[in-house]
Design a protein around this ligand. Structure first.
Ligand SMILES: C[S@@+](CC[C@H](N)C(=O)[O-])C[C@H]1O[C@@H](n2cnc3c(N)ncnc32)[C@H](O)[C@@H]1O
Length: 253
């Protein structure tokens, strides 16, 4: 019997080699996307906010394979993953990006302008509010929603997506029937599944939990999100243990 264990990653050296091999044997990222990533790594203190180039390759492939034309991204930073969605939906598609920081949003917008991208918009503000405002004026639902913002709000994002996409609504809903929810970082370096001493990241997590007194709010929220997603009768779910954990849900109704 095979275990539910990814045998490709027995240690860090092999994991790095497998990741690099997968990257160089997957369809290449367009040059402007690779360059923006390199610029982000070079210039941004929080460059690790960006998904990896391999994850960008996967997301572009996935969105193209499902024929997504409209993508909503919650948490944009400097627009690296957004460039991937723009690539996937093509010039006739549309990408809406939500970002709290005006400074990061300005970088994303400058990047779109520099690359002649006209079908992506950034809405600045708290995404928990922006989503509610957005649905008021929406003409068509989204095909795919990518959640990659503040981890403590993941359960809120999920309940907003579900409540703003009612099954038999006559007004426009947020996510279409059969639309996809993708949520990044839902395994949080494996801590969600195992935060014991066996996990080398557990020390850092403990320190964070001590600072926060009430435990680790990110971990608790991500676990609550994972449970709510798989527990929802409205979603067909697969938790992909790749990258930092990618939650995948298809809205059934
Ligand atoms: C992990 S980064 C996004 C990275 C981006 N998706 C990428 O891979 O290139 C998360 C972003 O969410 C933003 N953010 C955090 N809380 C937010 C909120 N409540 N509403 C909107 N954006 C938020 C942060 O400012 C940050 O830029």
């Amino acid at each position: 019997m095979k275990e539910n264990y990814t045998q490709l990653y027995p240690n860090e050296q092999v994991a790095l080699a497998v990741g690099d091999y997968a990257f160089s044997h997957s369809s290449k990222l367009p040059k402007h996307i690779t360059e923006h990533h390199a610029w982000g790594v070079e210039s941004q203190e929080r460059a690790n906010y960006m998904i990896s180039p391999l994850q960008a390759q996967f997301q572009i492939w996935f969105a193209k394979a499902m024929g997504a034309k409209r993508v909503l991204e919650i948490g944009t930073f400097i627009g690296f993953s957004t460039l991937g969605w723009v690539e996937a939906v093509g010039p006739k598609g549309h990408v809406t990006a939500l970002e709290y920081s005006a400074e990061y949003a300005a970088i994303a917008e400058e990047t779109f302008a520099k690359n002649g991208i006209k079908n992506a918009e950034v809405i600045v503000g708290d995404a928990r509010e922006s989503i509610k405002n957005l649905v008021e004026t929406l003409k068509e639902p989204y095909d795919l929603i990518f959640i990659d913002a503040d981890k403590t709000s993941y359960p809120t994002y999920l309940s907003l997506i579900l409540s703003l996409s009612p099954p038999s609504s006559t007004s426009v809903r947020l996510l279409k029937k059969d639309g996809i929810i993708l949520a990044d970082n839902i395994l949080r370096r494996g801590l969600i599944a195992d935060s014991s001493e066996a996990n080398p990241w557990s020390d850092a997590a403990k320190q964070k939990a001590e600072r926060n007194w009430k435990g680790d709010p990110d971990k608790e929220a991500l676990d609550a999100f994972n449970k709510a997603l798989v527990g929802s009768e409205r979603c067909d779910v697969f938790l992909m243990p790749l990258f930092d954990g990618l939650g995948m849900g298809r809205l059934l109704d």
